[in-house]
Ligand binder design. Structure first.
Ligand SMILES: Nc1ncnc2c1ncn2[C@@H]1O[C@H](COP(=O)(O)OP(=O)(O)OP(=O)(O)O)[C@@H](O)[C@H]1O
Ligand SMILES: [Mg+2]
Length: 263
């Protein structure tokens, strides 16, 4: 009998991860459908960044499976997963000291598309570089980094590093983009710009998974939320339903009406 391909862009199946004796992720399963904007929530230390790290190949998984459009990526190295169209940003991005902001953005395109460019003729390579520079410039403009374009990337503030991390991830035009606390340390005025930029990208077909503590941001952006508590998924619901979800309230603060404001 023919089986139809899964409609999910991402399937995480019974994923487990431990550091030493610390079971950080246990039996984690969830799906993401194409076009969704999923918020990944949970208290500090619940395993959100580790989940992103395992899905994107930055940490090896101990058990379980990760499928991208039905194909297993769970044991691929990070650079192969990037090449499959999965982009990510980091909670605490570090930046090289010797490269300018725009050079970091352009290097991200090389990292995403591989080194085939070095095999091109001089003219084709120059054209590719010009295209990459134009794309980097447009993204730096959009995320308000043009004024610091030629500064060493290591001199950027924490918030600016977050923005450059988003630029770098977008240089690869991922079909699935996973963001780890994109607005932490970013000025509130700019958060709306990030929401709008992410909505626009989603409108163009990009699927998003966003780790975020800012509930205003989550409500503005996300179509669904998945909630982690001590390495287990305890809820999958619409942002508006979070405050009524007992397991979510328990996860954050042990339950009770006085805590409803948190979610
Ligand atoms: N490389 C590592 N080695 C050892 N323990 C780790 C490592 N990475 C994460 N952990 C542990 O895994 C647990 C979950 O950490 P993780 O960073 O995934 O949480 P989080 O949900 O992203 O938290 P936050 O909201 O504070 O960013 C923590 O107890 C942390 O100490
Ligand atoms: Mg984290």
């Amino acid at each position: 009998m023919m089986t139809s391909p899964s409609p999910s862009i991402l399937q995480v199946r019974s994923l487990a991860k431990a550091f030493g004796g610390n079971l950080v992720l246990q039996d984690v399963s969830f799906d993401v459908q194409p076009g969704e904007i999923v918020g990944l929530l949970g208290p500090n230390g619940s395993g959100k960044s580790t989940l992103l790290n395992t899905i994107t190949g930055f940490e090896a998984i101990d058990a379980g499976e990760v499928l991208l459009q039905g194909r297993s990526i769970g044991r691929l190295p990070a650079h192969r997963i990037v090449a499959e169209g999965v982009g990510r940003t980091f909670q605490l991005p570090s930046m090289p000291t010797k490269m300018s902001v725009i050079e970091v953005a352009m290097a991200a395109a090389i990292a995403h598309h591989g080194f085939w460019g070095t095999l091109l003729g001089t003219r084709a390579a120059a054209e590719a570089e010009a295209q990459s520079r134009a794309k980097a410039q447009a993204l730096l403009d959009e995320l308000l980094l043009t004024p610091v374009r030629d500064l060493p990337a290591s001199t950027l503030s924490g918030g600016q590093r977050k923005l450059l991390g988003i630029v770098c991830a977008l240089m690869g035009e991922p079909r699935l983009l996973m963001l780890d606390e994109p607005t932490a340390g970013v000025h509130p005025n700019l958060r709306n710009d990030i929401v709008n930029a992410l909505k626009r990208l989603n409108g163009q077909g990009m699927t998003l998974v966003v780790v975020e503590h800012d509930m205003h941001f989550i409500r503005e952006l996300c179509t669904r939320c998945v909630v982690l508590d001590r390495g287990h998924i305890v809820a999958s619901c619409a942002p508006a339903e979070l405050a009524q979800n007992e397991r979510v309230l328990q996860a954050y603060l042990g339950g009770g009406d006085k805590h409803k404001e948190t979610v």
